[in-house]
Design a protein around this ligand. Structure first.
Ligand SMILES: [Zn+2]
Length: 242
């Protein structure tokens, strides 16, 4: 079952912090960024986090961090994935919950890759006062094209994209000269399947947030900088000064 920190204790903690510094509470921002893989949500979440001192909580990054360090969690995930299953919602939930309970997000957070289903979204809303959910929309064909253009350096792990971030020499990493390869599961049929699953899984989550009028839809076909401007407009945040 879900066991997010109860709202009451969080509110008390905030009140104490508020007495210490009004500014922190005034500027506390809690956002969720949603969208299908390849819509640009990682980039948007990172920009938001860095411009407004928010903690970027990315479920994928937390998993990758654990896998690189061979943690117990990584072993659990590996067993599941090797058995041909997806990482179950309970593990995702546990990871996000633990991460949020670190309370290192003085100015707020941007959550990326969570919640994944209706139950998680409802409990999440009960536990945290979310300011807004940014839903980045892009057509399936566009995201498929973007995902299929991804390349990963086999030497240093740097990401490339043949549409946005091309290497200087085709097929060779700019940094370590390692060879660039597509991920084995980035083939069209698998990608289309992942996208279809995303739509099925996410529609109910969006509905939960829409009931609270938290959802702001932005056009994921825009280039990243323009998309960031739209996000700022939607969230009534100051735009970057040119
Ligand atoms: Zn490299």
């Amino acid at each position: 079952m879900l066991s997010f920190a109860p709202k009451m204790s969080y509110t008390l903690r905030s009140a104490t912090t508020a007495r210490r510094s009004c500014n922190i509470l005034q500027h506390m921002r809690k956002y969720v960024v949603m969208g299908v893989q390849g819509c640009g949500k990682g980039t948007q979440a990172k920009v938001l986090a860095s411009r407004f001192d928010l903690t970027h909580i990315c479920v994928g990054d937390i998993f990758r961090w654990n896998i690189q360090r061979h943690t117990k969690l990584a072993a659990r995930i590996k067993r599941i994935v090797d058995g041909g299953d997806l990482v179950p919602d309970e593990i995702v939930e546990e990871v996000v919950q633990r991460r949020l309970q670190e309370h290192d997000w003085n100015f707020g957070f941007v959550l990326d890759g969570f919640p994944r289903n209706r139950a998680q979204a409802e409990f999440f809303l009960e536990s945290y006062d979310i300011d807004a959910v940014v839903l980045i929309e892009a057509s399936d064909d566009v995201v498929v094209e973007r995902v299929l253009a991804r390349r990963l350096c086999t030497g240093c792990g740097l990401d490339y994209n043949l549409i946005y971030h091309r290497p200087e020499t085709p097929g060779v990493c700019d940094v370590c000269r390692g060879s660039l390869e597509a991920r084995p599961d980035d083939v069209e049929e698998v990608v289309r399947n992942r996208i279809a699953n995303y739509h099925v899984q996410t529609a109910p989550v969006v509905k939960v947030f829409e009931r609270k009028e938290l959802v702001f839809r932005v056009d994921g076909h825009l280039p990243p900088a323009d998309l960031h401007l739209k996000v700022c407009e939607s969230l009534k945040l100051p735009k970057p000064t040119a």
